[in-house]
Design a protein around this ligand. Sequence first.
Ligand code: ADP
Ligand code: MG
Length: 238
Amino acid sequence: MADVLLKEVRKSFGALEVIQGIDLAVEAGEFCVFVGPSGCGKSTLLRMIAGLEEVTAGAIEIAGKDVTYEEPSKRGIAMVFQSYALYPHLTVGENIGFGLSLARTPKAEIRSRVEAVAKVLQLEALLDRKPKALSGGQRQRVAIGRAIIRDPHVFLFDEPLSNLDAALRAQMRIELTDLHAKLGNTMIYVTHDQVEAMTMADRIVVLNGGRIEQVGTPMDLYDNPATPFVAGFIGSPK
Ligand code: ADP
Ligand code: MG
């Protein structure tokens, strides 16, 4: 069954239609990557799935439920952004558990859940550090930890690695793929980076000008690009 279903989703800002009718079914447990050039509508589409942006037309279902007009906190999603702000005065452990403290979860439960998340992300030794004593990659892992601890049904990532240097990006690509294998959640990952898309995705959605150019596995897209745009962006020249 589709876990995230987009039906004829559209978005206009004023007279400009930036998402021009997207139909897509993301399967449960899938690592689905939205890729396309800057300005093609990736973030807008992801923000509509998250409920941070209202759709102009169409409908969105998550886990079989129509969430088109549901508020973000009730959609069963967690989102990790490109620019993530950690609380500088809180430790790594407190940063990861912050959402649970807000929800008044008992302290002992917060501690055990923070420890479980830290183990998955290999942050166990760093729980008492402040963010300024962390590397860029470690900080990004803390930001991902804050999302994981909420145990979302679906993870949404918007270019989470684009502020990291090339070596760290390569390492984090592997870590995120491993994380997906461990957690098994549905993940939708937005990037403008073809290498990220090709190495991480179960399935790639190529966007261009607010429309889908092609949906397929990395091999499908590489071997059989459906349009010259896809060929130029990802596939081998035909
Ligand atoms: P991407 O994430 O692929 O780079 P975006 O979804 O951010 O693209 O933007 C798609 C288009 O929508 C761009 O032309 C952008 O300028 C426009 N846009 C995005 N957000 C707004 C907004 N709040 N108001 C007006 N235009 C916007
Ligand atoms: Mg964007």
